[in-house]
Design a protein around this ligand. Structure first.
Ligand code: ZN
Length: 334
Protein backbone atom coordinates (compact mmCIF):
# COMPACT_ATOMS: atom_id res chain seq x y z
CA UNK A 1 0.00 0.00 0.00
CA UNK A 2 1.17 3.49 -0.75
CA UNK A 3 1.57 5.58 2.35
CA UNK A 4 0.15 9.05 2.73
CA UNK A 5 1.47 11.63 5.16
CA UNK A 6 2.76 10.17 8.40
CA UNK A 7 -0.12 9.41 10.76
CA UNK A 8 1.12 11.84 13.40
CA UNK A 9 1.37 14.64 10.83
CA UNK A 10 -2.08 13.77 9.59
CA UNK A 11 -3.48 13.75 13.11
CA UNK A 12 -2.01 17.15 13.85
CA UNK A 13 -3.35 18.51 10.56
CA UNK A 14 -6.88 17.34 11.26
CA UNK A 15 -6.74 18.67 14.82
CA UNK A 16 -5.76 22.11 13.55
CA UNK A 17 -7.98 22.01 10.46
CA UNK A 18 -10.89 24.03 11.92
CA UNK A 19 -8.51 26.99 12.41
CA UNK A 20 -6.73 26.75 9.05
CA UNK A 21 -8.14 29.05 6.34
CA UNK A 22 -9.89 27.10 3.57
CA UNK A 23 -7.48 28.27 0.86
CA UNK A 24 -4.51 27.07 2.93
CA UNK A 25 -6.18 23.71 3.64
CA UNK A 26 -6.61 23.14 -0.08
CA UNK A 27 -3.05 24.26 -0.83
CA UNK A 28 -1.68 21.78 1.74
CA UNK A 29 -3.73 18.93 0.33
CA UNK A 30 -2.70 19.78 -3.23
CA UNK A 31 0.93 19.77 -2.17
CA UNK A 32 0.48 16.42 -0.51
CA UNK A 33 -1.20 14.94 -3.58
CA UNK A 34 1.24 16.29 -6.11
CA UNK A 35 4.10 14.28 -4.65
CA UNK A 36 2.16 11.05 -4.71
CA UNK A 37 0.16 11.25 -7.90
CA UNK A 38 2.80 9.61 -10.07
CA UNK A 39 3.51 6.89 -7.50
CA UNK A 40 -0.16 5.97 -7.55
CA UNK A 41 -0.66 5.76 -11.30
CA UNK A 42 -0.83 1.95 -11.23
CA UNK A 43 -3.66 1.91 -8.69
CA UNK A 44 -5.54 5.15 -9.29
CA UNK A 45 -8.01 5.95 -10.74
CA UNK A 46 -8.11 2.28 -11.78
CA UNK A 47 -6.69 -0.60 -9.82
CA UNK A 48 -6.96 -3.49 -12.24
CA UNK A 49 -6.95 -5.97 -9.36
CA UNK A 50 -10.34 -4.77 -8.13
CA UNK A 51 -12.49 -5.98 -11.03
CA UNK A 52 -12.78 -9.63 -10.12
CA UNK A 53 -16.36 -10.76 -9.71
CA UNK A 54 -17.33 -12.36 -6.40
CA UNK A 55 -17.47 -16.16 -6.48
CA UNK A 56 -20.80 -17.34 -7.85
CA UNK A 57 -21.81 -13.88 -9.04
CA UNK A 58 -24.91 -14.11 -11.23
CA UNK A 59 -25.10 -10.52 -12.36
CA UNK A 60 -27.29 -7.48 -11.84
CA UNK A 61 -31.09 -7.54 -12.11
CA UNK A 62 -32.77 -7.44 -15.52
CA UNK A 63 -29.53 -8.51 -17.18
CA UNK A 64 -28.01 -5.05 -16.79
CA UNK A 65 -24.30 -4.75 -17.46
CA UNK A 66 -23.39 -2.70 -14.43
CA UNK A 67 -24.92 -0.77 -11.53
CA UNK A 68 -24.89 3.03 -11.41
CA UNK A 69 -25.44 4.52 -7.97
CA UNK A 70 -25.39 8.18 -6.94
CA UNK A 71 -24.74 9.47 -3.43
CA UNK A 72 -24.12 12.88 -1.87
CA UNK A 73 -22.43 13.80 1.37
CA UNK A 74 -23.82 17.06 2.62
CA UNK A 75 -20.97 18.56 4.61
CA UNK A 76 -22.46 21.79 5.93
CA UNK A 77 -25.27 24.33 5.63
CA UNK A 78 -24.02 25.45 2.21
CA UNK A 79 -24.59 21.96 0.83
CA UNK A 80 -27.87 21.45 2.67
CA UNK A 81 -29.31 24.57 1.08
CA UNK A 82 -28.45 23.24 -2.38
CA UNK A 83 -30.01 19.78 -2.00
CA UNK A 84 -33.33 20.51 -3.67
CA UNK A 85 -31.60 22.23 -6.59
CA UNK A 86 -29.42 19.19 -7.07
CA UNK A 87 -32.39 16.85 -6.72
CA UNK A 88 -34.22 18.83 -9.41
CA UNK A 89 -31.24 18.60 -11.73
CA UNK A 90 -30.95 14.84 -11.25
CA UNK A 91 -34.63 14.07 -11.59
CA UNK A 92 -34.74 16.21 -14.73
CA UNK A 93 -32.19 13.85 -16.26
CA UNK A 94 -33.94 10.72 -14.98
CA UNK A 95 -31.71 9.96 -11.98
CA UNK A 96 -32.19 9.53 -8.25
CA UNK A 97 -29.64 9.56 -5.42
CA UNK A 98 -29.12 9.45 -1.70
CA UNK A 99 -28.34 12.50 0.44
CA UNK A 100 -26.25 11.81 3.53
CA UNK A 101 -26.66 14.51 6.17
CA UNK A 102 -24.49 15.15 9.22
CA UNK A 103 -26.73 14.31 12.18
CA UNK A 104 -25.65 17.03 14.59
CA UNK A 105 -23.63 19.24 12.27
CA UNK A 106 -26.50 21.54 11.24
CA UNK A 107 -30.29 21.45 11.37
CA UNK A 108 -31.88 19.03 8.92
CA UNK A 109 -35.59 19.64 8.86
CA UNK A 110 -38.16 16.89 8.65
CA UNK A 111 -39.67 18.81 5.74
CA UNK A 112 -36.47 18.58 3.70
CA UNK A 113 -36.05 14.88 4.41
CA UNK A 114 -39.68 14.16 3.58
CA UNK A 115 -39.56 16.16 0.36
CA UNK A 116 -36.53 14.23 -0.83
CA UNK A 117 -38.00 10.85 0.05
CA UNK A 118 -41.37 11.75 -1.50
CA UNK A 119 -39.57 12.45 -4.77
CA UNK A 120 -37.81 9.09 -4.82
CA UNK A 121 -34.53 10.07 -3.20
CA UNK A 122 -32.95 8.47 -0.16
CA UNK A 123 -31.78 10.06 3.07
CA UNK A 124 -28.78 8.64 4.93
CA UNK A 125 -26.52 9.66 7.78
CA UNK A 126 -23.03 11.12 7.39
CA UNK A 127 -21.85 10.84 11.00
CA UNK A 128 -22.80 13.00 13.96
CA UNK A 129 -20.31 15.81 13.39
CA UNK A 130 -18.04 16.23 10.40
CA UNK A 131 -14.63 15.49 11.87
CA UNK A 132 -12.23 12.62 12.51
CA UNK A 133 -13.29 11.91 16.07
CA UNK A 134 -15.70 9.04 15.48
CA UNK A 135 -12.84 6.57 15.34
CA UNK A 136 -10.58 8.00 18.04
CA UNK A 137 -11.17 4.96 20.25
CA UNK A 138 -13.53 2.04 20.41
CA UNK A 139 -15.10 3.49 23.55
CA UNK A 140 -15.80 6.78 21.85
CA UNK A 141 -17.20 4.95 18.84
CA UNK A 142 -19.49 2.91 21.07
CA UNK A 143 -20.81 6.02 22.79
CA UNK A 144 -21.45 7.79 19.51
CA UNK A 145 -23.02 4.66 18.02
CA UNK A 146 -25.90 5.04 20.47
CA UNK A 147 -26.64 8.54 19.17
CA UNK A 148 -26.11 7.48 15.57
CA UNK A 149 -28.57 4.63 15.97
CA UNK A 150 -31.10 6.99 17.49
CA UNK A 151 -30.88 9.32 14.49
CA UNK A 152 -30.98 6.47 11.97
CA UNK A 153 -34.19 5.30 13.56
CA UNK A 154 -35.74 8.77 13.78
CA UNK A 155 -34.95 9.44 10.13
CA UNK A 156 -35.95 5.99 8.91
CA UNK A 157 -32.49 5.80 7.33
CA UNK A 158 -30.72 2.51 6.54
CA UNK A 159 -27.43 3.84 5.15
CA UNK A 160 -24.37 5.36 6.80
CA UNK A 161 -21.17 7.01 5.63
CA UNK A 162 -18.43 8.18 7.99
CA UNK A 163 -17.07 11.72 7.86
CA UNK A 164 -13.81 11.89 5.88
CA UNK A 165 -14.25 8.25 4.83
CA UNK A 166 -12.68 6.90 7.97
CA UNK A 167 -13.72 3.31 8.50
CA UNK A 168 -13.41 0.33 10.78
CA UNK A 169 -15.63 -2.40 9.41
CA UNK A 170 -15.54 -4.26 12.70
CA UNK A 171 -16.73 -1.32 14.84
CA UNK A 172 -19.33 -0.35 12.25
CA UNK A 173 -21.22 -3.53 13.15
CA UNK A 174 -22.52 -1.60 16.17
CA UNK A 175 -24.71 0.52 13.91
CA UNK A 176 -28.32 -0.43 13.21
CA UNK A 177 -28.05 -0.03 9.47
CA UNK A 178 -28.41 -2.08 6.32
CA UNK A 179 -25.35 -0.71 4.59
CA UNK A 180 -22.26 1.38 5.05
CA UNK A 181 -20.50 3.30 2.30
CA UNK A 182 -17.38 4.66 4.00
CA UNK A 183 -14.92 2.71 1.87
CA UNK A 184 -13.67 2.73 -1.70
CA UNK A 185 -12.08 0.36 -4.15
CA UNK A 186 -8.99 2.52 -4.48
CA UNK A 187 -8.36 6.08 -3.32
CA UNK A 188 -4.83 6.61 -2.02
CA UNK A 189 -5.52 10.30 -1.41
CA UNK A 190 -7.95 9.80 1.44
CA UNK A 191 -6.83 10.43 5.04
CA UNK A 192 -7.28 6.68 5.69
CA UNK A 193 -6.14 5.39 2.30
CA UNK A 194 -6.70 1.64 2.59
CA UNK A 195 -9.01 0.59 -0.23
CA UNK A 196 -11.16 -2.52 0.02
CA UNK A 197 -9.95 -3.75 -3.37
CA UNK A 198 -13.27 -4.48 -5.07
CA UNK A 199 -15.78 -2.70 -7.28
CA UNK A 200 -18.57 -4.94 -5.97
CA UNK A 201 -20.62 -4.73 -2.76
CA UNK A 202 -19.70 -7.21 -0.06
CA UNK A 203 -21.16 -8.47 3.19
CA UNK A 204 -19.71 -7.82 6.63
CA UNK A 205 -21.03 -10.52 8.99
CA UNK A 206 -22.46 -9.43 12.33
CA UNK A 207 -21.41 -10.15 15.87
CA UNK A 208 -23.47 -12.40 18.09
CA UNK A 209 -27.03 -12.26 16.86
CA UNK A 210 -26.44 -9.40 14.45
CA UNK A 211 -27.08 -9.92 10.76
CA UNK A 212 -24.19 -7.74 9.71
CA UNK A 213 -24.42 -5.20 6.94
CA UNK A 214 -23.55 -4.63 3.31
CA UNK A 215 -20.56 -2.53 2.41
CA UNK A 216 -20.93 -0.41 -0.72
CA UNK A 217 -17.54 1.05 -1.65
CA UNK A 218 -17.52 4.15 -3.80
CA UNK A 219 -15.74 3.41 -7.03
CA UNK A 220 -15.67 6.65 -9.02
CA UNK A 221 -13.27 9.37 -7.81
CA UNK A 222 -14.82 12.02 -5.60
CA UNK A 223 -15.60 15.42 -7.13
CA UNK A 224 -13.46 17.26 -4.57
CA UNK A 225 -10.40 15.18 -5.48
CA UNK A 226 -10.82 15.67 -9.21
CA UNK A 227 -11.96 19.24 -9.59
CA UNK A 228 -10.77 21.05 -6.46
CA UNK A 229 -7.51 19.29 -5.57
CA UNK A 230 -6.39 18.14 -9.00
CA UNK A 231 -8.05 21.05 -10.81
CA UNK A 232 -9.23 18.83 -13.67
CA UNK A 233 -10.98 20.77 -16.41
CA UNK A 234 -12.71 17.79 -18.03
CA UNK A 235 -14.54 14.69 -16.82
CA UNK A 236 -12.19 12.35 -18.70
CA UNK A 237 -11.11 10.53 -15.54
CA UNK A 238 -14.73 9.88 -14.56
CA UNK A 239 -15.50 8.58 -18.05
CA UNK A 240 -12.42 6.34 -18.16
CA UNK A 241 -13.20 4.80 -14.79
CA UNK A 242 -16.88 4.41 -15.58
CA UNK A 243 -16.11 2.67 -18.89
CA UNK A 244 -13.76 0.30 -17.10
CA UNK A 245 -16.32 -0.52 -14.37
CA UNK A 246 -18.99 -1.09 -17.03
CA UNK A 247 -16.65 -3.47 -18.86
CA UNK A 248 -16.07 -5.41 -15.63
CA UNK A 249 -19.80 -5.50 -14.84
CA UNK A 250 -19.21 -3.86 -11.46
CA UNK A 251 -20.85 -1.11 -9.42
CA UNK A 252 -20.15 2.49 -10.39
CA UNK A 253 -20.89 4.32 -7.14
CA UNK A 254 -20.26 8.05 -7.05
CA UNK A 255 -20.11 10.48 -4.16
CA UNK A 256 -20.45 14.14 -5.11
CA UNK A 257 -21.01 17.02 -2.72
CA UNK A 258 -23.56 19.80 -3.19
CA UNK A 259 -21.28 21.91 -0.96
CA UNK A 260 -18.62 21.97 -3.68
CA UNK A 261 -20.88 22.46 -6.69
CA UNK A 262 -21.35 25.89 -8.12
CA UNK A 263 -25.03 25.50 -8.92
CA UNK A 264 -26.23 29.01 -9.62
CA UNK A 265 -23.91 30.02 -12.44
CA UNK A 266 -21.70 32.16 -10.22
CA UNK A 267 -17.91 31.95 -10.36
CA UNK A 268 -16.85 28.89 -8.33
CA UNK A 269 -15.17 29.61 -4.97
CA UNK A 270 -11.77 28.06 -4.20
CA UNK A 271 -13.43 24.84 -3.09
CA UNK A 272 -16.14 24.66 -5.75
CA UNK A 273 -16.44 23.45 -9.34
CA UNK A 274 -19.05 24.05 -12.06
CA UNK A 275 -22.06 21.74 -11.78
CA UNK A 276 -21.81 21.33 -15.56
CA UNK A 277 -19.15 18.64 -14.96
CA UNK A 278 -21.64 16.53 -13.04
CA UNK A 279 -24.42 17.13 -15.58
CA UNK A 280 -22.06 16.04 -18.33
CA UNK A 281 -21.36 12.77 -16.54
CA UNK A 282 -25.07 12.00 -16.10
CA UNK A 283 -25.70 12.78 -19.76
CA UNK A 284 -22.76 10.59 -20.77
CA UNK A 285 -24.10 7.62 -18.81
CA UNK A 286 -27.64 8.14 -20.07
CA UNK A 287 -26.62 8.33 -23.72
CA UNK A 288 -23.67 5.96 -24.02
CA UNK A 289 -25.13 3.22 -21.80
CA UNK A 290 -28.82 3.65 -22.47
CA UNK A 291 -30.66 0.55 -21.21
CA UNK A 292 -27.44 -1.10 -20.02
CA UNK A 293 -27.15 0.08 -16.42
CA UNK A 294 -29.12 -0.70 -13.28
CA UNK A 295 -29.80 2.66 -11.66
CA UNK A 296 -31.32 2.45 -8.21
CA UNK A 297 -30.78 3.89 -4.76
CA UNK A 298 -27.95 2.54 -2.61
CA UNK A 299 -30.46 0.94 -0.25
CA UNK A 300 -31.84 -1.06 -3.20
CA UNK A 301 -28.39 -2.26 -4.21
CA UNK A 302 -27.77 -3.23 -0.61
CA UNK A 303 -31.03 -5.10 -0.37
CA UNK A 304 -30.52 -6.90 -3.68
CA UNK A 305 -26.96 -7.92 -2.85
CA UNK A 306 -27.87 -8.99 0.66
CA UNK A 307 -30.49 -11.31 -0.74
CA UNK A 308 -28.05 -12.76 -3.24
CA UNK A 309 -24.89 -12.71 -1.18
CA UNK A 310 -25.97 -14.07 2.13
CA UNK A 311 -27.29 -17.56 2.47
CA UNK A 312 -28.87 -18.46 5.75
CA UNK A 313 -27.25 -21.43 7.40
CA UNK A 314 -28.47 -20.97 10.92
CA UNK A 315 -28.37 -24.13 12.93
CA UNK A 316 -31.42 -25.16 14.88
CA UNK A 317 -29.66 -24.22 18.11
CA UNK A 318 -28.89 -20.77 16.83
CA UNK A 319 -32.51 -20.33 15.79
CA UNK A 320 -33.62 -21.01 19.35
CA UNK A 321 -31.11 -18.63 20.94
CA UNK A 322 -31.24 -16.01 18.29
CA UNK A 323 -34.50 -16.03 16.39
CA UNK A 324 -33.89 -13.26 13.93
CA UNK A 325 -30.20 -13.84 13.51
CA UNK A 326 -28.50 -14.27 10.21
CA UNK A 327 -25.18 -14.26 11.99
CA UNK A 328 -24.15 -17.63 10.70
CA UNK A 329 -24.69 -16.46 7.21
CA UNK A 330 -22.18 -17.71 4.75
CA UNK A 331 -20.87 -15.40 2.12
CA UNK A 332 -22.04 -17.18 -0.98
CA UNK A 333 -23.91 -16.06 -4.03
CA UNK A 334 -27.14 -17.96 -4.52
ZN1 ZN B 1 -18.04 14.48 4.29
Amino acid sequence: MISTTKPVTRRVYYKLKPWIPRELQIWIRRLNMAGRLRQCSDIWPIDHNTGQKPAGWTGWPQGKRFAFVLTHDVEAVRGRDRCMMLANLESGLGFRSSFNFVGKGYPVSKILRRRLVARGFEVGLHGLVHDHQLYESEDSFRQQAVQINRILKAWGAVGFRSPCMYHNLDWLRQLDMEYDSSTFDTDPFEPQPDGVGTIFPFHVPGNGCGQGYMELPYTLPQDFTLFVLLKEKTIDIWKRKLDWIAAQGGMALLNVHPDYMSLNGTRPACDEYPVAFYEELLEYVASRYRGAYWHVLPRDVSSFCYGRLVKRTISAADQVSCESSMNKAVVQWT
